[in-house]
Write a protein that binds this ligand. Structure first.
Ligand code: FAD
Ligand code: DHB
Length: 385
């Protein structure tokens, strides 16, 4: 096979990149280890910042998002005895949208603009330092295949081969806690997300739709979900989210999914080596507290598609040359914000840390300057920041 851009990974980064390239007149082939059903049903992120919504809308992917997604003006910050709403629209002029990553993925598949080879094995990248890179893999029948390309885009997440194909430096922070996440068939007990600090640990009340709630609890690393039967999860969520505080109630319901997510920050630099460009989780991971993972993947491929259209259609190499630096500015901003939200809200077991966290929470909820900083980062900076 021969194409202009060989894309590894059909997650949101890979499929959106293929969609944007097709709109710019550049052809691409995507290879993916999993089946389309598996990729479409992975439960992951749930919040789109305003620049992601604007981008998806401007490229024909906004119809269902606007019909079925829910626009939120802000979030609640909670700690024992106190709940405060931060209104991002008033503070920063931007909102966020609740629309699951599964839905973004379905919209990308429905657009039909990406040519995807699913269920491949043994993906390998070759000659990325030359002008003639290629990818080899085996197809679902086990036959060896090869794609020759002008460029390879590594969109294969944190476990894929692309990040190992480039000499690079990496920065990493592993956190001493994980999230236990549940999906439940029950109406959310809140109109907007609640991020809650508690001496037992962080809790988050999020949602997917008017009938489906998504909630998280901070748990120790290595936690087995089997140690958390549904009753125990709801009891702990009620305690940490402030059930009974000012009459607020958490309504429990049937749990349809339960899993544990470890948390880390990771940045690989540069995000380009020769004809290999990295985007999304292949280049960086953030802890989920700031809801940035999916949004960063969208911002990366927006920049990358512009750079590749300029390079491959117009013969202009400048944007490709600056891609890594341009993308990393936002990556480091989101890495800082995600680290900051994480360390402000998660219990470390240390009383000094707890007092600093409460002081910081009082400041961001009572000072317009503090609140605006959080709002501007959460609701998202302009693409190209
Ligand atoms: P991915 O979505 O990981 O896609 C990479 C794709 O590459 C996958 O489809 C994979 O199967 C494929 N692939 C891997 N190896 C190969 C190979 N060798 N050959 C071909 N294809 C390959 N973010 C939030 O903001 N909030 C959340 O609650 C949240 N929850 C998450 C839960 C989990 C378990 C994970 C892993 C991530 C979560 N994230 C969350 C982060 C967010 O989902 C990611 O940032 C986002 O999926 C990044 O998109 P991506 O396309 O870069 O990577
Ligand atoms: C969700 C996940 C997050 O990490 C977050 O900060 C907000 C919402 C979610 O899955 O809905």
């Amino acid at each position: 096979m021969r194409t202009q851009v060989a894309i590894i990974g059909a997650g949101p980064a890979g499929l959106l990149l293929a969609h944007l390239l097709a709109r710019g007149g550049v052809d691409a082939i995507v290879v993916e280890t999993r089946s389309p059903e598996y990729v479409a049903s992975r439960i992951r992120a749930g919040i789109l910042e305003s620049s992601s919504v604007d981008l998806l809308t401007s490229v024909g992917l906004g119809e269902r998002l606007h019909a079925e997604g829910h626009e939120h003006r802000g979030i609640y910050l909670n700690w024992p005895g106190e709940r405060h709403h931060l209104d991002f629209v008033d503070l920063a002029g931007r909102s966020v949208w609740v629309y699951g990553q599964t839905e973004v993925q379905k919209d990308l598949v429905a657009a039909g603009t990406a040519s995807v080879v699913y269920e491949v094995g043994d993906t390998e990248l070759h000659d990325v330092g030359t002008e003639r890179p290629f990818v080899t893999f085996t197809d679902r029948e086990g036959r060896p295949q090869r794609i020759d390309a002008d460029v390879i885009a590594g969109c294969d997440g944190s476990f894929g081969p692309s990040r190992h194909a480039a000499p690079s430096e990496s920065y990493e922070r592993v956190y001493p806690y994980s999230w236990l996440g549940i999906l439940a068939d029950v109406a959310p007990s809140t109109d907007e997300l609640i991020y809650s600090w508690h001496p037992h640990g962080f809790a988050l009340h999020s949602m997917r739709s008017p009938t489906v709630s998504r909630l998280y609890l901070q748990v120790p690393n290595g936690t087995d979900p089997a140690d958390w039967p549904d009753d125990r999860v709801w009891e702990e969520l009620a305690l940490r989210l402030g059930h009974g505080q000012d009459g607020w109630k958490l309504t429990p319901g049937p749990v349809t999914d339960k899993s544990v997510l470890p948390m880390r920050s990771y940045v690989q630099t540069p995000m380009r080596h020769g004809r290999l460009f990295l985007a999304g989780d292949a280049a960086h991971i953030v802890p989920p507290t700031g809801a940035k993972g999916l949004n960063l993947a969208i911002a990366d491929v927006t920049l990358l598609s512009r750079a590749l259209v300029a390079l491959l259609k117009e013969g202009k190499p400048e944007l490709a040359g600056s891609y890594s630096d341009d993308a990393l500015r936002r990556v480091w901003r989101c890495t800082h914000f995600s680290w900051w939200m994480t360390t402000m809200l998660h219990a470390s077991g240390d009383e000094f840390d707890a007092q600093l966290q409460l002081s910081q929470l009082r400041w961001v909820t009572s000072s317009e300057a503090g609140a605006t900083g959080l709002a501007e980062n959460y609701a998202g900076l302009a693409i190209g920041f």
